[in-house]
Structure formats: C-alpha cells, structure tokens
Ligand binder design. Structure first.
Ligand code: IPE
Ligand code: IPE
Ligand code: MG
Length: 237
C-alpha cells in the first residue's frame, strides 16, 4: 500500500499509557512522561514526513489537575523544558505550535513558555502542532455557548444565525479543520473529554501500544488503517 495515498490532513492523538509504561519498568510515573515526550518528538517528525498538516495531541486534560501534586508539577516542568529545548528544532522544521486550552491556570513560567513557543514558531508552514493543555471539550463547548449567547444578547447576532459553522468557529479549534483520524494508545477505548464536537466524523483508531513505545511503525500502521477505511458520512456508497 502506498504510504502517500489518502493521508489524513488532521491527526489527533490521545497519548495515553505513560504511567503504565513506567510501572512495568519499576520506574516513577514521571519517568513515563519523560519517555512520552520522546515519543511525541518522534511522532511530530514522522507525521510531518508522512504529509500530515495538522497534529493535535492531548497532553494534559483539565481533569489531570486532580492528579497528585508531584505528578502535576513534573508534567508542568516537562512542558516548560520540552518547549524550550525544542523551539529551535520545531521552527527549523517548519512546525507551527499552537496551544489549545484554558490558559489562566498555568504558572507564569508555563504561560511564558507557551507564549514564547507560539511566537517563535508562528511562521511554520509544514505542520501545525496543536498542544491540548488544560483542555476539556465540554468546557470549550460551554465557553462557546456563553460567548454566542452574549453576542445574541448584545444584538450582534440573530438566533437564526447560529449554525454548525458558527459553533465550530467559536471553539478553541477555530480555523483548524476537523480531525480525520483520532488515535488512542494504551488499549483504552474512550475519548476522555477530547474534541467531542470536532471528532463527530473522525475515524477512530485504538492500539494497545503504550504511548512511550509509539514510533514511526505504529504511526504508519494507523495511517494504513485510515487509508483502508471508507468514510460515508451517513450516505450510501
Ligand atoms: C498519559 O499517560 C499522559 C497524561 C495523561 C498526562 P497517563 O499518565 O495517563 O498514563 P496511564 O494511563 O496512567 O498509564
Ligand atoms: C487522557 O488520558 C488525557 C491525556 C492523554 C492527556 P487520561 O489517562 O487522563 O484519561 P482517563 O482517565 O484514562 O480517561
Ligand atoms: Mg492514562
């Protein structure tokens, strides 16, 4: 099968299984996150090489704030370090980084790291990498509904103007095409509050591989599975 045929424009990944990967090796969960960061680095490169134009990765959910303080701190430190270390490589590779999520709960240091990487990579045209950080799809939808209601209240918008396009453009993912393929690693079969609106017609792909073990071959497998799918959108072929 040609690897170039039928490449999804937008791939979204629920990068799951770092904790179990570490546990299997008798390591701390935070070491699993470090290995997960490596897997992300490989995957960005592999996705860009495969011709994917948008890659959204679920890196930290709003619910993840409820994890032990030590783990949350390790994750935040890793995010800061990761974006600082990778900024030059990403820019050189033509990767534009965007963060999708609530921003107000991050420490000043994390907020600055995010602002800086977005600014430094703004001109990237090869691949748009969207980091879902403090992301919750339901909160995103609530915020959009609130925003639309406010515009109606202020007389800016008529109720009749509310349509799917307006809702899509009111979400954090405004301007980004819907994901074609959603991958979840680690053998879990759920969306965990990720892209509930945007993934309505995405193809779903699940693998038992734990995120730190995800590599080019695994991505290729997912892309091949996608290429073999028939997307019908409710129609008859
Ligand atoms: C995914 O791995 C990374 C984050 C949620 C931040 P987990 O930390 O959820 O790993 P498991 O699911 O416990 O193995
Ligand atoms: C989803 O994984 C969030 C991320 C991958 C960042 P979780 O491990 O937090 O999800 P649940 O708890 O298994 O649903
Ligand atoms: Mg998990």
């Amino acid at each position: 099968m040609s690897t170039r045929a039928n490449i999804p424009q937008h791939v979204a990944i629920i990068m799951d299984g770092n904790g179990r990967w570490a546990k299997l090796r008798g390591k701390e969960r935070s070491e699993g996150h470090v290995a997960g960061m490596e897997a992300l680095r490989r995957t960005i490169q592999n996705a860009a090489e495969a011709g994917v134009k948008y890659l959204t990765v679920y890196a930290f959910s709003t619910e993840n704030w409820g994890r032990p303080k030590q783990e949350v701190e390790a994750l935040m430190a890793l995010i800061c370090r990761g974006v600082e270390l990778e900024a030059d490589n990403l820019r050189e590779a033509g990767v534009r980084v965007k963060v999708m999520g609530r921003r107000e709960n991050f420490s000043a240091e994390v907020a600055e790291a995010i602002r800086s990487i977005e600014e430094q990579t703004a001109a990237g045209e090869q691949l748009t990498l969207i980091l879902a950080l403090d992301y919750s799809s339901r909160s995103e939808i609530c915020d959009a509904v609130r925003d639309i209601a406010r515009r109606v209240q202020q007389g800016e918008l008529a109720v009749e103007q509310i349509d799917e396009h307006l809702i899509s453009e009111s979400l954090l993912s405004a301007g980004v095409p819907d994901p074609d393929l959603v991958i979840r690693t680690s053998g879990e079969y759920r969306l965990s509050n990720f892209l509930l609106w945007q993934a309505s017609y995405a193809e779903l792909y699940f693998t038992d591989v734990l995120w730190p073990d995800f590599d080019g071959e695994e991505l290729q497998r997912a892309l091949e599975a996608y290429a073999a799918r028939e997307r019908r959108y409710g129609l008859v072929k």
